[in-house]
Design a protein around this ligand. Structure first.
Ligand SMILES: [Fe+2]
Length: 292
Protein backbone atom coordinates (compact mmCIF):
# COMPACT_ATOMS: atom_id res chain seq x y z
CA UNK A 1 0.00 0.00 0.00
CA UNK A 2 2.74 2.40 1.00
CA UNK A 3 4.58 1.68 -2.26
CA UNK A 4 1.40 2.40 -4.29
CA UNK A 5 0.88 5.73 -2.51
CA UNK A 6 4.55 6.66 -3.07
CA UNK A 7 4.33 5.75 -6.77
CA UNK A 8 1.11 7.73 -7.17
CA UNK A 9 2.66 10.74 -5.40
CA UNK A 10 5.76 10.62 -7.61
CA UNK A 11 3.63 10.35 -10.76
CA UNK A 12 1.52 13.33 -9.64
CA UNK A 13 4.59 15.45 -8.89
CA UNK A 14 6.11 14.49 -12.25
CA UNK A 15 2.90 15.41 -14.09
CA UNK A 16 2.73 18.74 -12.25
CA UNK A 17 6.36 19.58 -13.14
CA UNK A 18 5.84 18.52 -16.76
CA UNK A 19 2.60 20.56 -17.02
CA UNK A 20 4.03 23.71 -15.47
CA UNK A 21 7.55 23.70 -16.98
CA UNK A 22 7.13 22.02 -20.38
CA UNK A 23 3.59 21.67 -21.70
CA UNK A 24 2.50 25.15 -20.56
CA UNK A 25 5.09 26.58 -22.98
CA UNK A 26 4.60 24.09 -25.84
CA UNK A 27 2.73 26.58 -28.05
CA UNK A 28 1.02 24.79 -30.93
CA UNK A 29 -0.70 25.92 -34.11
CA UNK A 30 -3.69 23.70 -34.87
CA UNK A 31 -5.48 23.53 -38.22
CA UNK A 32 -9.03 22.57 -39.15
CA UNK A 33 -10.98 22.65 -42.42
CA UNK A 34 -14.53 23.94 -41.99
CA UNK A 35 -17.03 23.50 -44.87
CA UNK A 36 -19.18 26.58 -44.27
CA UNK A 37 -18.71 28.85 -47.30
CA UNK A 38 -21.16 29.48 -50.13
CA UNK A 39 -20.64 26.84 -52.84
CA UNK A 40 -18.88 29.17 -55.29
CA UNK A 41 -16.69 31.02 -52.73
CA UNK A 42 -12.89 30.88 -52.59
CA UNK A 43 -11.34 29.39 -49.41
CA UNK A 44 -10.69 31.79 -46.52
CA UNK A 45 -8.04 31.35 -43.83
CA UNK A 46 -9.09 32.53 -40.37
CA UNK A 47 -6.56 32.74 -37.54
CA UNK A 48 -8.42 32.16 -34.25
CA UNK A 49 -6.57 33.24 -31.09
CA UNK A 50 -8.04 33.18 -27.59
CA UNK A 51 -7.25 33.30 -23.90
CA UNK A 52 -3.80 34.78 -24.41
CA UNK A 53 -3.71 35.84 -20.71
CA UNK A 54 -0.76 38.13 -21.36
CA UNK A 55 1.41 39.45 -18.55
CA UNK A 56 4.36 41.80 -19.04
CA UNK A 57 7.09 39.21 -18.61
CA UNK A 58 6.05 36.33 -20.90
CA UNK A 59 8.54 37.22 -23.66
CA UNK A 60 8.52 33.79 -25.29
CA UNK A 61 4.73 33.82 -25.60
CA UNK A 62 4.74 37.40 -26.94
CA UNK A 63 7.24 36.40 -29.67
CA UNK A 64 5.18 33.30 -30.61
CA UNK A 65 2.03 35.42 -30.97
CA UNK A 66 3.88 37.98 -33.13
CA UNK A 67 5.15 35.17 -35.39
CA UNK A 68 1.55 34.04 -36.08
CA UNK A 69 1.53 36.83 -38.68
CA UNK A 70 3.76 34.53 -40.77
CA UNK A 71 0.68 32.35 -41.41
CA UNK A 72 -0.69 35.26 -43.50
CA UNK A 73 -4.38 34.72 -42.61
CA UNK A 74 -7.22 36.47 -44.43
CA UNK A 75 -8.89 37.35 -41.11
CA UNK A 76 -7.87 37.28 -37.43
CA UNK A 77 -10.42 36.68 -34.64
CA UNK A 78 -9.52 37.09 -30.96
CA UNK A 79 -12.17 35.67 -28.62
CA UNK A 80 -10.99 37.36 -25.44
CA UNK A 81 -9.17 36.91 -22.13
CA UNK A 82 -6.29 38.82 -23.69
CA UNK A 83 -5.12 40.67 -20.58
CA UNK A 84 -3.92 39.11 -17.33
CA UNK A 85 -2.39 42.03 -15.43
CA UNK A 86 -3.06 45.74 -15.14
CA UNK A 87 0.47 46.63 -16.28
CA UNK A 88 0.40 44.38 -19.38
CA UNK A 89 -1.30 46.72 -21.88
CA UNK A 90 2.01 47.66 -23.61
CA UNK A 91 2.94 43.95 -23.82
CA UNK A 92 -0.47 43.09 -25.33
CA UNK A 93 -0.14 45.81 -27.93
CA UNK A 94 3.41 44.72 -28.84
CA UNK A 95 2.37 41.06 -29.15
CA UNK A 96 -0.72 41.74 -31.26
CA UNK A 97 0.66 44.52 -33.48
CA UNK A 98 1.81 42.30 -36.42
CA UNK A 99 -1.66 40.73 -36.67
CA UNK A 100 -3.15 44.09 -37.67
CA UNK A 101 -1.58 43.61 -41.12
CA UNK A 102 -4.82 41.65 -41.72
CA UNK A 103 -8.49 42.41 -40.98
CA UNK A 104 -8.69 41.70 -37.25
CA UNK A 105 -11.63 41.62 -34.81
CA UNK A 106 -12.03 40.96 -31.08
CA UNK A 107 -14.47 40.54 -28.21
CA UNK A 108 -13.69 40.69 -24.46
CA UNK A 109 -13.56 37.78 -22.03
CA UNK A 110 -14.30 37.68 -18.31
CA UNK A 111 -10.60 37.92 -17.43
CA UNK A 112 -10.26 41.13 -19.47
CA UNK A 113 -12.64 42.80 -17.02
CA UNK A 114 -11.31 41.28 -13.81
CA UNK A 115 -8.00 39.77 -12.77
CA UNK A 116 -8.13 36.10 -11.86
CA UNK A 117 -7.79 35.25 -8.21
CA UNK A 118 -6.41 32.32 -6.31
CA UNK A 119 -8.72 29.33 -5.89
CA UNK A 120 -8.00 26.43 -3.62
CA UNK A 121 -7.05 23.37 -5.70
CA UNK A 122 -9.76 21.53 -3.76
CA UNK A 123 -12.29 23.80 -5.56
CA UNK A 124 -10.98 22.83 -9.02
CA UNK A 125 -14.00 20.63 -9.74
CA UNK A 126 -16.52 23.30 -8.74
CA UNK A 127 -17.66 25.53 -11.60
CA UNK A 128 -16.80 29.16 -10.71
CA UNK A 129 -19.69 31.58 -10.77
CA UNK A 130 -19.83 34.98 -12.49
CA UNK A 131 -19.04 36.55 -9.09
CA UNK A 132 -15.81 34.55 -8.71
CA UNK A 133 -13.27 37.17 -9.77
CA UNK A 134 -10.52 39.49 -8.57
CA UNK A 135 -9.76 43.20 -8.97
CA UNK A 136 -10.97 45.14 -12.04
CA UNK A 137 -8.57 45.35 -15.02
CA UNK A 138 -8.25 48.40 -17.31
CA UNK A 139 -10.16 46.72 -20.15
CA UNK A 140 -11.75 49.95 -21.51
CA UNK A 141 -8.26 51.41 -21.98
CA UNK A 142 -7.01 48.26 -23.73
CA UNK A 143 -10.09 48.04 -25.97
CA UNK A 144 -9.58 51.66 -27.03
CA UNK A 145 -5.87 51.04 -27.70
CA UNK A 146 -6.65 47.92 -29.76
CA UNK A 147 -9.12 49.86 -31.89
CA UNK A 148 -6.48 52.56 -32.42
CA UNK A 149 -4.06 49.81 -33.45
CA UNK A 150 -6.45 48.67 -36.17
CA UNK A 151 -8.64 46.02 -34.52
CA UNK A 152 -12.41 46.11 -34.89
CA UNK A 153 -14.35 45.56 -31.66
CA UNK A 154 -17.35 43.23 -32.12
CA UNK A 155 -18.97 43.70 -28.70
CA UNK A 156 -22.68 43.70 -29.61
CA UNK A 157 -21.84 44.64 -33.18
CA UNK A 158 -23.06 43.18 -36.47
CA UNK A 159 -21.05 44.03 -39.54
CA UNK A 160 -19.97 42.84 -42.97
CA UNK A 161 -16.24 42.98 -43.80
CA UNK A 162 -14.59 42.62 -47.18
CA UNK A 163 -12.12 39.77 -46.57
CA UNK A 164 -9.87 38.71 -49.47
CA UNK A 165 -12.41 40.28 -51.81
CA UNK A 166 -15.40 38.40 -50.34
CA UNK A 167 -18.16 39.56 -48.01
CA UNK A 168 -17.94 38.03 -44.52
CA UNK A 169 -20.75 38.70 -42.02
CA UNK A 170 -19.67 38.95 -38.37
CA UNK A 171 -21.63 39.42 -35.15
CA UNK A 172 -20.19 39.48 -31.64
CA UNK A 173 -21.35 39.65 -28.05
CA UNK A 174 -19.97 40.84 -24.77
CA UNK A 175 -18.77 38.17 -22.32
CA UNK A 176 -21.46 35.62 -21.39
CA UNK A 177 -19.55 34.26 -18.37
CA UNK A 178 -20.05 37.57 -16.53
CA UNK A 179 -23.62 37.68 -17.87
CA UNK A 180 -22.80 40.71 -20.02
CA UNK A 181 -23.91 39.12 -23.32
CA UNK A 182 -27.06 40.77 -24.70
CA UNK A 183 -27.84 38.66 -27.75
CA UNK A 184 -31.08 40.60 -28.35
CA UNK A 185 -29.00 43.60 -29.40
CA UNK A 186 -27.62 41.67 -32.41
CA UNK A 187 -30.53 39.26 -32.95
CA UNK A 188 -32.21 38.69 -36.30
CA UNK A 189 -31.58 36.68 -39.46
CA UNK A 190 -27.89 36.67 -40.40
CA UNK A 191 -26.78 38.57 -43.51
CA UNK A 192 -27.67 36.49 -46.58
CA UNK A 193 -25.45 38.33 -49.08
CA UNK A 194 -22.20 37.09 -47.50
CA UNK A 195 -20.13 33.99 -48.30
CA UNK A 196 -20.17 33.06 -44.59
CA UNK A 197 -21.78 34.25 -41.33
CA UNK A 198 -19.60 34.02 -38.22
CA UNK A 199 -20.67 34.56 -34.59
CA UNK A 200 -17.98 35.62 -32.12
CA UNK A 201 -18.21 35.28 -28.34
CA UNK A 202 -15.91 34.47 -25.42
CA UNK A 203 -17.62 31.57 -23.68
CA UNK A 204 -19.42 28.83 -25.67
CA UNK A 205 -22.64 28.89 -23.71
CA UNK A 206 -25.32 26.63 -25.23
CA UNK A 207 -28.00 29.34 -24.99
CA UNK A 208 -25.88 31.58 -27.23
CA UNK A 209 -24.90 28.83 -29.69
CA UNK A 210 -28.61 28.01 -30.07
CA UNK A 211 -29.49 31.62 -30.84
CA UNK A 212 -26.69 32.03 -33.39
CA UNK A 213 -27.82 28.76 -35.06
CA UNK A 214 -31.47 29.87 -35.09
CA UNK A 215 -30.46 33.13 -36.80
CA UNK A 216 -28.65 31.27 -39.59
CA UNK A 217 -24.98 31.66 -38.62
CA UNK A 218 -22.65 29.11 -40.23
CA UNK A 219 -19.90 29.14 -37.60
CA UNK A 220 -19.40 30.41 -34.04
CA UNK A 221 -15.92 30.85 -32.59
CA UNK A 222 -15.27 30.98 -28.84
CA UNK A 223 -12.64 30.28 -26.18
CA UNK A 224 -12.82 30.47 -22.36
CA UNK A 225 -12.63 26.72 -21.60
CA UNK A 226 -8.83 26.41 -22.08
CA UNK A 227 -9.89 23.01 -23.42
CA UNK A 228 -10.15 22.01 -19.78
CA UNK A 229 -6.49 23.10 -19.28
CA UNK A 230 -5.81 19.89 -17.32
CA UNK A 231 -7.19 16.82 -19.08
CA UNK A 232 -6.96 13.10 -18.63
CA UNK A 233 -4.53 11.78 -21.29
CA UNK A 234 -6.67 10.66 -24.27
CA UNK A 235 -9.78 11.55 -22.25
CA UNK A 236 -12.18 14.47 -22.05
CA UNK A 237 -11.74 17.71 -20.13
CA UNK A 238 -12.37 17.44 -16.40
CA UNK A 239 -14.07 20.86 -16.21
CA UNK A 240 -15.15 23.43 -18.83
CA UNK A 241 -16.01 26.43 -16.61
CA UNK A 242 -19.15 26.99 -18.69
CA UNK A 243 -22.25 25.27 -20.03
CA UNK A 244 -20.66 23.29 -22.85
CA UNK A 245 -20.18 19.57 -22.28
CA UNK A 246 -16.75 18.27 -21.26
CA UNK A 247 -16.52 16.17 -24.44
CA UNK A 248 -16.76 19.34 -26.56
CA UNK A 249 -14.49 21.60 -24.48
CA UNK A 250 -12.19 22.36 -27.42
CA UNK A 251 -11.84 22.23 -31.22
CA UNK A 252 -14.39 21.85 -33.99
CA UNK A 253 -17.94 20.54 -33.49
CA UNK A 254 -21.41 20.84 -34.98
CA UNK A 255 -24.48 22.30 -33.33
CA UNK A 256 -27.65 20.40 -34.32
CA UNK A 257 -26.10 19.52 -37.73
CA UNK A 258 -26.78 23.07 -38.93
CA UNK A 259 -23.88 25.15 -37.60
CA UNK A 260 -20.22 24.57 -36.75
CA UNK A 261 -18.57 25.93 -33.64
CA UNK A 262 -14.88 26.09 -32.87
CA UNK A 263 -13.56 26.40 -29.32
CA UNK A 264 -9.92 27.43 -29.16
CA UNK A 265 -8.20 25.96 -26.10
CA UNK A 266 -6.20 29.18 -25.86
CA UNK A 267 -2.60 30.04 -25.20
CA UNK A 268 -2.56 30.91 -21.53
CA UNK A 269 -3.39 29.83 -18.03
CA UNK A 270 -4.72 31.43 -14.92
CA UNK A 271 -1.53 32.88 -13.31
CA UNK A 272 -2.41 31.07 -10.07
CA UNK A 273 -2.62 27.69 -11.84
CA UNK A 274 0.22 27.86 -14.41
CA UNK A 275 -0.18 24.26 -15.54
CA UNK A 276 -1.45 22.63 -18.71
CA UNK A 277 -1.64 18.87 -19.03
CA UNK A 278 -2.73 16.84 -22.08
CA UNK A 279 -3.94 20.17 -23.47
CA UNK A 280 -1.21 22.17 -25.17
CA UNK A 281 -1.55 25.94 -25.43
CA UNK A 282 -2.77 26.68 -28.94
CA UNK A 283 -3.90 29.03 -31.65
CA UNK A 284 -5.82 27.74 -34.65
CA UNK A 285 -5.83 28.32 -38.37
CA UNK A 286 -9.30 27.55 -39.69
CA UNK A 287 -9.52 27.05 -43.46
CA UNK A 288 -13.09 27.84 -44.46
CA UNK A 289 -14.12 25.85 -47.52
CA UNK A 290 -17.26 25.75 -49.69
CA UNK A 291 -20.05 23.55 -48.38
CA UNK A 292 -20.20 20.35 -50.37
FE1 LIG B 1 -9.25 32.33 -20.24
Amino acid sequence: MRRAVTTLGAAGTGALLYGSLIERNAFTLRTFDVPVLAPDAAPLRVLHVSDLHITASQHRKHAWIRALADTKPDLVINTGDTLSAANAIPAVLRALEPLTAFPAVFVPGNNDYYAPRFRMPTKYFRQPTHRDHGAPLPWPQLATALVRQGWLELTHVRTVLKVAGQRVALAGTDDPHLRRARYDSIAGPAETGAVVRIGVTHSPEPFLLRRFANDGYDLVVAGHTHGGQVRLPFGPAIVTNCGIERSRARWLHQWDDRMYFHICAGLGTNPFTPVRFACRPEATLLTLLPRS
